[in-house]
Design a protein around this ligand. Structure first.
Ligand code: PXP
Length: 257
């Protein structure tokens, strides 16, 4: 029987900082959002410190590390500046992501295969510091094999292509992207990797993703912060958590039937 893990929810609070930074000052405070997210059922908090500091800033990372009681997942590019910050703060986890100045959001996964030699010392230094390293990759077998060869214990599969296809009504593409995610999660688990997923997930897309049994964690941000405008962050997170649990109960029920 397929072993099904509890599915953890990592709440990404970057866009609380985006709203704060639109006016400067301190409101809304990402740390307050992080505390509220934990009360609402988040298992971890995720924040992406970008080179241009467009949302989360250095002081936010400092305060999150000091104040929150759940694991902090620091998303960062593989640069010397970010490595120094990670080694100074020692978050629970670091997710290495590709980063382009001109992009609106993280557009694709890392090309771990092409970037192997560049990534290797970052993975090693973070692991030596007892930080759990994950690589944000597209759901592709080559990327998974390279992540394994690099010694990263965790991969996060980019769910953006699936979510975009669903939202744009491209049902054939959505079905094939979902298959790619399912196959990649299975391959990752067979390789002994812990498999996470994230990017672009909302209420409509979370169910099919949460039904992938090998997934251990979803990282969700933009949709939750957007939805918070209408019904509050607490209710958005609770609803997302409930949809994740419902999807997990469905596959657990199927497995034991
Ligand atoms: N995971 C990773 C690695 C990301 O870069 C992001 C976006 O910052 C997310 C998850 C969350 O994506 P979204 O904000 O679209 O939910």
């Amino acid at each position: 029987m397929q072993q099904t893990h509890k599915l953890r929810l990592g709440v990404n609070i970057d866009h609380v900082a985006t709203i704060r930074n639109a006016r400067g000052g301190g409101h809304p405070d990402p740390l307050r959002a992080a505390r509220l997210a934990v009360e609402a059922g988040a298992d971890g908090i995720t924040a992406h410190l970008r080179e241009d500091r467009r949302h989360i800033g250095d002081e936010d990372i400092h305060r999150l590390v000091d104040d929150i009681d759940v694991p902090l997942n620091l998303e960062m590019a593989a640069t010397d500046e970010m490595l120094e910050i990670a080694l100074r703060h020692k978050p629970h986890a670091c997710c290495l992501v590709p980063e382009k100045r001109e992009e609106i959001t993280t557009e694709g996964g890392l090309d771990a295969a092409a970037g192997h030699n560049h990534l290797a010392p970052f993975v090693r230094d973070l692991i030596d510091a007892k930080i759990r390293v994950s690589l944000f990759i597209d759901p592709h077998p080559v990327q998974l094999a390279v992540a394994k060869a690099l010694g990263a214990p965790v991969v996060e599969l980019h769910t953006g292509a699936y979510c975009d296809a669903v939202h744009e009504g491209r049902s054939d593409d959505a079905a094939s992207e979902l298959s790619r995610l399912r196959e990649a999660a299975q391959t990752g688990a067979e390789l002994g990797l812990e498999v996470h997923a994230g990017h672009g997930i909302g209420y409509v897309t979370v169910g099919a993703i949460a039904e992938i049994p090998q997934l251990v964690e979803l990282n969700i941000g933009h949709f939750l912060v957007g939805e918070a405008i209408f019904g509050g962050l607490d209710s958005a997170i609770r609803r997302m958590r409930a949809l994740m649990d419902q999807a997990r109960n469905k596959i657990t029920g199927q497995a034991s039937a």
